[in-house]
Design a protein around this ligand. Structure first.
Ligand SMILES: [Zn+2]
Length: 272
């Protein structure tokens, strides 16, 4: 396990990411791409699919606790281990299992929901082991509300010591995720590779101020890292890409139009 961590850390540490301009000075795909992340997510611009319908997708996290240690990389605080799988369940075909070996954090958040930035955003990076080059990220928001987050406490403890980090605890007792956004995007750090399937959990998690400050300490007052800004990339153009919101709606009159239905089928085929 330690060897695996070292290899993963070496790969990530070889990148040198500067947030001086929020990523606007990054080059190549970061500059020229058309499906870049992060973007501003707005419910008014999303196609809404209600939970428990024949088109809804459900995420089932099945991660294992691991004795591990967190590290500051060149762009984030990250934790590497063999966490296990997130199952993506479709209504009418077999599930796919996405495997994760890393998660990291951005503060403030990279994505915005209905115009709001959150204090912290976690990215669980995953691959479908059966599809070479596939990349998926599950994003989770945290916002300071005075309540201590048990999972974040474990992450903070892992800064200097090997400790048990239970990735399941980030789901706060939820064994399935039904309310989330799904869309195409990119890595939010160079080389900004596109073709990344994003899931953003729409339920915001607890955080207390001292926990937020843990993530700030790596760049607060450190002008060489980000000019005293956060490690979040500036918002990118949405460019008419489809954003699907799986969730509940208080407007039960929302109906799936046929064109949206076809797009959902296309995305489901892409995921398979
Ligand atoms: Zn990230």
């Amino acid at each position: 396990m330690k060897i695996f961590c070292l290899i993963a850390l070496t790969l990530v540490s070889s990148l040198h990411v500067s947030y001086h301009e929020g990523g606007d000075d990054w080059t190549d795909t970061c500059q020229n791409g058309t499906l870049q992340s992060p973007i501003a997510i707005r419910d008014s611009e999303s196609e809404i699919i209600l939970v428990n319908t024949t088109s809804s997708i459900v995420l089932y996290p099945d991660f294992k606790p691991n004795f591990t240690m967190g590290h500051m990389t060149s762009y984030s605080f990250a934790v590497y281990s063999d966490w296990g799988n997130l199952a993506v369940a479709f209504p009418s075909k077999p599930s796919i299992n996405l495997h994760s070996s890393a998660f990291h954090f951005h503060s403030p958040s990279e994505y915005t929901l209905n115009g709001k930035y959150f204090d912290l955003e976690m990215h669980i990076v995953m691959k479908n082991p059966n599809v070479q080059g596939s990349l998926y990220v599950l994003g989770i928001f945290f916002d300071v509300n005075g309540k201590t987050n048990n999972f974040i406490s474990q992450v903070i403890e892992s800064e200097s010591n090997y400790t048990d980090v239970n990735l399941m605890d980030v789901f706060n007792g939820n064994s399935k995720i039904e309310k989330f956004y799904e869309f195409e995007g990119s890595l939010t750090t160079p080389p900004c590779t596109e073709g990344v399937k994003w899931f953003l959990w729409s339920e915001v998690q607890d955080l207390d101020e001292s926990q937020r400050n843990f993530f700030h300490k790596f760049w607060a007052g450190n002008s060489s890292f980000a000019g005293n800004n956060g490690n979040n990339r500036n918002l990118q153009e949405r460019n008419d890409r489809l954003v699907i919101k799986y969730g509940e709606s208080d407007d039960m009159s929302i109906k799936l139009e046929f064109s949206v239905f076809l797009l959902v089928i296309a995305i489901s085929l892409y995921l398979s």
